[in-house]
Design a protein around this ligand. Sequence first.
Ligand SMILES: N[C@@H](CCC(=O)N[C@@H](CS)C(=O)NCC(=O)O)C(=O)O
Length: 211
Amino acid sequence: MMPILYSFRRCPYAIRARMALILASKECELREILLKDKPDEMLQVSSKGTVPVLQFTKKVLDESLDIISWAMESPAPNVHVFSEAERLLSSELIHLFDSKFKYHLDRYKYSSRYGEDPKDHQNECKLILENLDKKINPNPWIFGKEVSLLDISILPFIRQCKIANPDWFFSQNFFNVINLLNYFESSDLFAQAMQKYAVWDPVKNNGNIFP
Ligand SMILES: N[C@@H](CCC(=O)N[C@@H](CS)C(=O)NCC(=O)O)C(=O)O
């Protein structure tokens, strides 16, 4: 049986998981959900209620990085193969974006929800992006011609930071990051990962074969 992917189009964690599935040509049944109205079928297999969730007959993966690792057990010919140093740098950066960057991004984007001043958090995001900018020289991806797990893991979050205030984002000096994000958003991989699907209805059972 094909695994079932519970997904939400705009969620950065779901975006990176979908990209890994595309890159490894792993077919699944995609069920588009609404975060405000999660289907019981999903909550029954993963009670923490976050997307993405990949459900198999006998196991469930409900962390995006686990879904990526699972996908990468299959050949993914167009994915950059890390050197040891690149692997280390990537895991450090993925951790930084999943923790500190995401923390400040949420408080920058949704400052009223957190009752905080968005400026401080915007500045923390900026410092992280400036630091990243110094570490990379994308051509066009971070490690060259082929997309890497670092690109797909952090760019969906950088994109959210852009969306919070594009004028501010594009007027910053982190040009490498801006070029990389522009390339990411114009890539076929992004277009495929961002395809729109109707919300899954358990009665109609209108899942979609993905990718
Ligand atoms: N650590 C999880 C985080 C997933 C996550 O937080 N996803 C968000 C959407 S972007 C979510 O489902 N939030 C639950 C909610 O908003 O109810 C992962 O990497 O998969």
